[in-house]
Design a protein around this ligand. Structure first.
Ligand code: ADP
Ligand code: DAR
Length: 357
């Protein structure tokens, strides 16, 4: 492989950090699973509009290709090679904020997890992926109480049911081109599926981007309820399924953006006025380290002034800090939205006064 010719408009962290010198240093290296630099960067080469552009094929990738991954990790999370990740799942430490009524439509908190001592999705074999599906779905089927539910393999699921679950924000989409070119969609739909409880407030995706996406979600803005359900579930699953974990990087994920807590705490929130003031909107999201996604998740657009707002950082902060950052930022967004509403109301009253006198 020769040094790739990145297009001039490439803005990914891969383009930014893979110098020709670094490429020459890493191009002939591979992990014990045979995962190569070429495989790690293929998604970013095929998708020049990538934000990041790299995926790991196993936990070892973060060591073998550390000279590249560490630059990307520091750029995205502000986490340096000498930093160490710490966890805090004590939901009593959350300074809960009740969001004003009428803005937050729903709350979802998810973590990515991968099975210890197994390759990640980009390097796993079909047999290993099927083994994970069997072991994890068996463990999930032992869950009781509020978490009790059923596992549904994608292989046996009709397109109509899949579309309905995707539309309702419960199931992952297929055909993601970033995952495709990372080798994460190989053998699709074999080994993929979804577990959910009877109310669909607790769900687990199997073998999408990560081997598990453990999800707690519900209508409204009761963040503590959503978070505590997730923490209880995570701990119960981990008693049966050991997760890939690093003292330095926390929970190991396919994409470096999901290392550490691998947690994304999001709300669907109505901000029709702020959506007309994107400069002000983005100033607030930058201040609170928030990410703006569309109403159907990553790489989608907002609809009717509804946005998916979540914490951007996942590594080098604890789970409590990630959720707190989201809550504090969402509170600031609601305040800004209310002020814009008030200004609009005053202006329309002034206009009416002017017109009637
Ligand atoms: P991930 O959260 O796993 O990184 P996405 O951003 O693609 O993946 O979101 C996955 C699905 O979850 C999408 O259908 C998205 O609309 C839905 N979703 C995300 N946040 C919320 C939320 N707060 N309420 C309801 N659905 C949500
Ligand atoms: N779209 C890929 C991944 C960015 C982070 N999102 C994940 N991991 N789902 C990119 O490189 O832009």
């Amino acid at each position: 492989m020769t040094y790739p010719e990145f297009p001039p408009n490439c803005t990914s962290l891969l383009c930014k950090h893979l110098s020709s010198e670094l490429f020459e240093m890493l191009k002939n290296k591979s992990t014990a699973n045979g995962f190569t630099l070429e495989q790690a960067i293929n998604s970013g080469l095929e998708n020049s509009d990538s934000e990041i552009g790299v995926y790991a094929g196993d936990a070892e990738s973060y060591d073998i290709f550390a000279e590249l991954f560490d630059k990307i990790i520091e750029d995205y999370h502000g986490f340096s090679h000498n930093d160490r990740h710490h966890s805090n799942l004590n939901f009593n430490d959350l300074k809960v904020k009740d969001f004003d009524e009428g803005y937050v439509l729903s709350t979802r908190i998810r973590v990515g997890r991968n099975v210890k001592n197994m390759p990640l999705g980009s390097a796993i074999s079909k047999a290993q992926r099927n083994e994970i599906e069997t072991k994890v779905s068996t463990a999930l089927n032992t869950l009781e109480g509020e978490l009790e539910g059923e596992y549904h393999s994608l292989l046996g699921m009709s397109k109509e049911i899949q579309e309905r679950l995707i539309e309702a924000h419960f199931l992952f989409k297929d055909g993601d081109r970033f995952l495709e070119h990372a080798g994460l969609n190989r053998d699709w739909p074999h080994g993929r599926g979804i577990y959910h409880n009877h109310d669909k407030t607790f769900l687990v995706w199997l073998n999408e981007e990560d081997q598990l996406r453990i999800i707690s979600m519900q209508q409204g803005g009761e963040v503590l309820e959503v978070f505590s359900r997730l923490v209880i579930a995570m701990k119960q699953i981990e008693t049966q399924i050991p997760f890939a974990y690093s003292e330095r990087l926390g929970y190991i994920s396919s994409c470096p953006t999901n290392l550490g807590t691998a947690m994304r705490a999001s709300v669907h929130i109505k901000l029709p006025n702020l959506s007309q003031n994107m400069e002000q909107f983005k100033a607030i999201t930058q201040k609170y380290f928030l990410q703006i996604r569309g109403v159907d998740g990553e790489h989608t657009q907002s609809k009717e002034g509804i946005f998916d707002i979540s914490n951007y950082r996942r590594l080098g902060i604890t789970e409590i800090e990630a959720v707190q950052e989201m809550m504090d930022g969402v509170t600031a967004l609601i305040e800004a939205e209310k002020n814009l509403e008030l200004m609009k109301h005053v202006e329309s009253n002034l206009d009416n006064d002017y017109l009637t006198h």
